[in-house]
Design a protein around this ligand. Structure first.
Ligand code: FPP
Length: 242
């Protein structure tokens, strides 16, 4: 008999993931790197569906960083092709699971074909109520803060005065203000760094690092991270009442 699905006393409302290790996963198996990315795309589907099933409200995945343009053109072309294929192929699954799709990053710098798939997927899934899945594409955390500052300055110029600026006001200029708080940040692949991902949003995130390469990060590994998250004492700089 299959084990009963675990339940968690506290679920993160927003999970963000640095999906690292596709290349090493493939190399270890004697496969070309692109096979690792293909396997990684399958993991994206598994983890997205499981998060929606559990009732996580938001899942943000680092699919292409602003720094990833430094990779060989062949790999970039493959990742973009995979992304288009993923978006086109995934729309029925997103609809079936009630998942709303969105994307953050300097999207205008992506190719028109990729942009068209993003827009189509966003439009079709717009009303889905269960979970929001966001792909960070051509994304950098510092770039996002700079872009927000530019937007803020543009607004101030148009209004002819500098409005009062608080953290909450500033967060309205982020790429997706509704995703401005990350509760749990997961990084696969064994490194312990945040690599310019959601710098503003992860200020109070709980961090979970695992050696597992992204293609090997399955439902049991996700549950392990969630089980640990549920035990954390989140004080946000305050004190726990005893
Ligand atoms: C890191 O692996 C992963 C990426 C650069 C991109 C993430 C892409 C995917 C998970 C696949 C495609 C995603 C979608 C949504 C279609 P790496 O190549 O840096 O691995 P390495 O550190 O082992 O070299």
């Amino acid at each position: 008999m299959p084990a009963a699905a675990p339940t968690f006393s506290t679920l993160p409302r927003h999970i963000a993931v640095i999906m690292d290790g596709n290349g090493r996963w493939a190399e270890l198996k004697g496969l070309p790197r692109h096979k690792g990315h293909e396997a990684g795309a399958r993991t994206v589907r598994t983890i997205t569906e499981e998060c929606a099933r559990l009732g996580v409200g938001r899942l943000t995945l680092y699919a292409f960083s602003a720094e990833n343009w430094k990779r060989p053109k062949r790999e970039i072309d493959f990742l973009m092709k995979l992304l288009k294929r993923y978006l086109a192929g995934e729309r029925p699954t997103l609809m079936k699971n009630g998942i709303r799709f969105t994307a953050i990053g300097r999207l205008h710098e992506l190719s028109p074909e990729v942009l068209a798939e993003i827009e189509k997927t966003k439009a079709i899934t717009r009303e889905n109520p269960k979970m929001t899945m966001t792909l960070a594409l051509n994304y950098g955390g510092r770039g996002e803060i700079v872009d927000a500052a530019r937007e803020f300055a543009g607004d101030a110029l148009r209004r002819g005065k500098v409005p009062e600026l608080t953290e909450d006001e500033f967060a309205k200029y982020l790429y997706d203000p509704a995703g401005a708080e990350v509760d749990l940040l997961i990084r696969t692949g064994g490194d312990h760094r945040v690599s310019n991902f959601l710098l503003w949003e992860s200020s109070y995130a709980e961090l979970w690092f695992t050696k597992a390469f992204w293609p090997d990060f399955g439902i049991p590994q996700l549950h392990e991270a969630l089980g640990d998250f549920a035990k954390r004492d989140r004080r946000f700089g305050g004190l726990t009442e005893r």
